[in-house]
Design a protein around this ligand. Structure first.
Ligand code: ADP
Length: 453
């Protein structure tokens, strides 16, 4: 009779010893009674051997041939052994059942997930995918099992994403291969040993909202531009006309200043929305950065005026950058002009452009007012200013660093900000090596030569 799981198996040995002693006594008595010691012993030993042999045979047969849970019935120690094996088999079967139901539950929950989920091997071959992956990514199951995901989902950005995945990429946004109107946010997550989980989320609604927001800002800015230009133009003319009325001059001057500020704001908003929506020319030309920086630094010196900053430029001659010249100029100028704005009179501003094995660097270091650590992470948010009054009084729009961030993003670059209040700041833009063209120089003259202007 099989034992129930909660019952602790009893120790069979006391009973086994008792049976052994009883059998021994019985043998002694029979041997003494019959006088046939040898025969009695032989018969007893043969009996034990046959009993063990029969039980061993039944056990082997049960283990090898039957999948039945119930073991053969037996008595004594063999009965206990069969019961023990039965318990083990039943436990193993229960565990197996539990495991299978756990796996089934997990699979069912992943299958029901609205996000596309694809299990990938180390070489990005497909192991498994859920229903949403078939709908969003156009995978076919089981036909695509074992295929490389990039053979099926061939979007160039996705293929490049996989190629640079191990180094930097974590997620990207792109249209669904099944329906171009669907936008997906694709993420790749490493797990277990060299496996990856590819998740794709439908972000169409979010993107539509985002587009609506930036369209709205772009439209309002566009509509404001013309009237502002008129107001600005009129104030300029008025200023000339009313030079004989000193009481009005100040008011018109104020009007012109405010109109100019609003014009800057509108221009920055328009530029930012163009950068956000990805309109306009993409990075595509070799930009002569040293020549561009000459111009930017020249303007910075004019901006500094009688505040007499010492502005130095160290740029590796001939080190060009693949990108959009207008966007890059706007970003670099923003950083250099910020250094002028936020560095007190006579301070030093050092502008550098150079490359090493990890990439190209545009760096602006100043000895200005610096920025407290808690602000640094938020500086590139639109309209984020450390000191509202100071920024506005010098005509700042609060959009400069947001523009810098977007331009850098479009050029695959990163911004790093190091700063200490009272000591100064260093803004470093790092561009990928693939976007650089090193100067072609004979080895002796090459190297990290930098021209100081
Ligand atoms: P703003 O038009 O206000 O300068 P930005 O987006 O260019 O807007 O800069 C955001 C904020 O970052 C500024 O308001 C200023 O507080 C801080 N900031 C930017 N550059 C510097 C710098 N070189 N030194 C100190 N603070 C800076």
């Amino acid at each position: 009779m099989p034992l129930r799981p909660e019952m602790k198996p009893r120790n069979p040995w006391p009973a086994a010893y008792a049976r052994f002693v009883l059998a021994l006594v019985a043998l002694l008595l029979i041997g003494w009674g019959t006088g046939q010691w040898l025969l009695v012993l032989l018969l007893a030993a043969t009996g034990v051997l046959v009993w063990d042999f029969v039980n061993l045979r039944r056990l082997e047969h049960w283990l090898r041939l039957t999948r039945k849970l119930d073991p053969p019935q037996s008595a004594g120690l063999w009965g206990e052994i069969f019961d023990g094996l039965h318990r083990m088999r039943r436990r193993a079967r229960d565990r197996d059942k539990q495991r299978r139901s756990l796996v089934r539950n997990y699979r069912d929950s992943i299958r029901a997930m609205p996000d596309a989920t694809v299990v990938l091997r180390s070489d990005f071959r497909i192991d498994w995918c859920n229903q949403a992956a078939r709908q969003m990514l156009g995978l076919q199951w089981p036909r695509d099992e074992g295929q490389r995901i990039s053979n099926i989902f061939r979007h160039p950005e996705f293929v490049a994403f996989l190629a640079r995945y191990s180094r930097e990429a974590r997620s990207l946004s792109l249209p669904s291969p099944v329906d171009g109107r669907l936008w997906l946010e694709v993420r790749l997550i490493p797990y277990a040993k060299k496996r990856h989980l590819l998740l794709a989320r439908d972000t169409t609604a979010l993107r539509r909202l985002e587009t609506m927001r930036s369209d709205f800002v772009a439209n309002v800015s566009h509509e404001l531009r013309t009237p502002l230009t008129v107001v600005y133009g009129v104030t300029e003319t008025l200023e000339d006309e009313i030079s004989d009325y000193p009481e009005l001059t100040r008011s018109v001057q104020l009007l012109r200043e405010q109109a100019e500020r609003m014009k800057h704001l509108v221009d920055d908003l328009l530029l930012l929305s163009r950068l956000e929506t990805g309109d306009g020319p993409r990075a595509g030309d070799w930009v002569d950065v040293p020549a561009m920086l000459d111009g930017v630094v020249e303007e910075a010196r004019l901006l500094s005026g009688d505040r007499h900053h010492q502005i130095d430029l160290d740029a590796t001659p001939g080190l060009s950058l693949l990108g959009n010249e207008r966007e890059l100029r706007s970003a670099f100028a923003n950083l250099v002009f910020n250094a002028v704005h936020y560095t007190p009179e006579g301070g030093r501003i050092h502008v550098r452009w150079f490359a090493d094995s990890a990439g190209g660097y545009f760096e602006v270091a100043d000895t200005g007012i610096g920025i407290a650590a808690q602000h640094i992470d938020r500086l590139t948010e639109r309209f984020y200013r450390v000191d509202n009054g100071r920024s506005k009084s010098r005509g700042g729009t609060g959009l400069g660093l947001a523009i810098v961030k977007h331009v850098l993003m479009r050029h695959g670059a990163q911004l790093k900000i190091d700063s200490k209040p009272g000591e100064g700041s260093r803004f470093t833009c790092r561009f990928p090596t693939r976007s650089l063209r090193q100067p072609l120089k004979p080895p002796a003259a090459a190297g990290d030569e930098v021209v100081n202007r």
